[in-house]
Design a protein around this ligand. Sequence first.
Ligand SMILES: Nc1ncnc2c1ncn2[C@@H]1O[C@H](COP(=O)(O)OS(=O)(=O)O)[C@@H](OP(=O)(O)O)[C@H]1O
Length: 451
Amino acid sequence: MKWQKKTFLVLTVICTVSLLLHHGGHFTWNMEAFHSSYSHQSTGTKPKHTNIVFLKTHKTASTTMQNILFRFAERNNLTVALPVQACGHQFCYPRSFSSHFVHLHTLRPNLITNHMRFNKTALQRLMPNDTIYITILREPASMFESLFTYYSRHCMSFRRVPNGSLEAFLAEPLRYYRPEETESMYARNTLTFDLGGDKDHPLKDLSYVKNFVAEVEKVFSLVMISEYFDESLILLRHLLSWDLEDILYVKLNMRTESSKKRLSPGLPEKIRAWNSIDAYLYDYFNASFWVKLSELGLDSVAKEVQLLRQAQERLMRSCFGGKTPLPRAAAEIKNKDLRPWQPSDKVDIVGYDLPVNLSQEAQEHCLKYIMPEISYTRILLHSQSLRHRRNYQNRPPQKSHTLQQHIRTTLPRHSQVHRNPPAPSVVQSAASGTESRSTPKQSEGTTKLGL
Ligand SMILES: Nc1ncnc2c1ncn2[C@@H]1O[C@H](COP(=O)(O)OS(=O)(=O)O)[C@@H](OP(=O)(O)O)[C@H]1O
């Protein structure tokens, strides 16, 4: 009897320790178990779509979305078009996008997502024919408050305002705003500008706005809405035949509560009047967004959102040991790659750190969820450059002039396919600016989607 009691006790201790290790903590994170818990949430047998333009608009949760796309690209060994060094981490924004801004080691891309001013013609030449275009919009009042605070030091229209007062700016915007200044796109109709439109077009010319909206609708298969980010991801998942695992995320680029201004009564209306084209755009696509959700079935969307949030919670527990990663002031973050860019000492952008004692496997996986845009762009450029060089060196000389490259547009499910490297002839001529198929010269200052 005594012997049986002892055995029982020993077994109980072993089970408890094992349970704690597997479920209670993030210290022994099990990649296989993690993946298998999502893999059944797929959209069926359709291959995943991989050729995507995501127009990264400003202050719309676009960094969170970009991070989703970067991770998808890495997992599936895809090529992301990235900016040349001279452009910084954006495609020479606010200039209109040109393929000359694309780093030659990232040519023949599947995806493009870094900030740019949209130019349909240039993108169509750069990207495969079956590319799907996606963008995101945010409600103009909260977006403008975010822009006003974030760019208070960088945008002259905002710097001129006494005491950085949003109320003062909106009382007499034309007193502070100069349309010709380089950073003026942050101060009026930013969404319209990012989409290649004319931010200063008079609203009384309603036909311009209607045509502009119609063009956006023609090009973009999905216009996500920031306020309904999770619902937008469900639409995205269906559009691209992605799995639930592909749309998991951590919120990035958030301001701390103390960095936000409260909008006093009447201000949202003034913001909408000042940004009237953006307001029109938002209202239109917010309405069509709900039509799309209804087509999918509101109940089924709600169920999928619930599944997404449960999966997020599991991810957060596995990676960060809590409901969300612990927000940190940038200076407190030990790993410098994880410090988000701070626009000024008056605005705090939240960043995250990884918990200590995380296993190597978990570190690699979890790190990318919280990687800020600038660091991730740099890391991705580095890894893609290495791959480019490797492929270029290993390529047999007789095959080096094949221009008819196979560009993968969809992915077989649950497999890693290695993509053909870009043909050296294309890369070399693109670098010298003479390759006419994918690197045309673009005129700037385009309106109406750069047409
Ligand atoms: N998932 C999700 N859902 C809703 N909102 C979110 C999400 N992720 C980020 N955010 C908010 O988006 C704002 C940052 O936007 P961007 O990343 O597009 O900014 S940037 O232009 O790239 O600097 C920033 O808004 P503000 O905090 O109001 O500035 C973030 O809090």
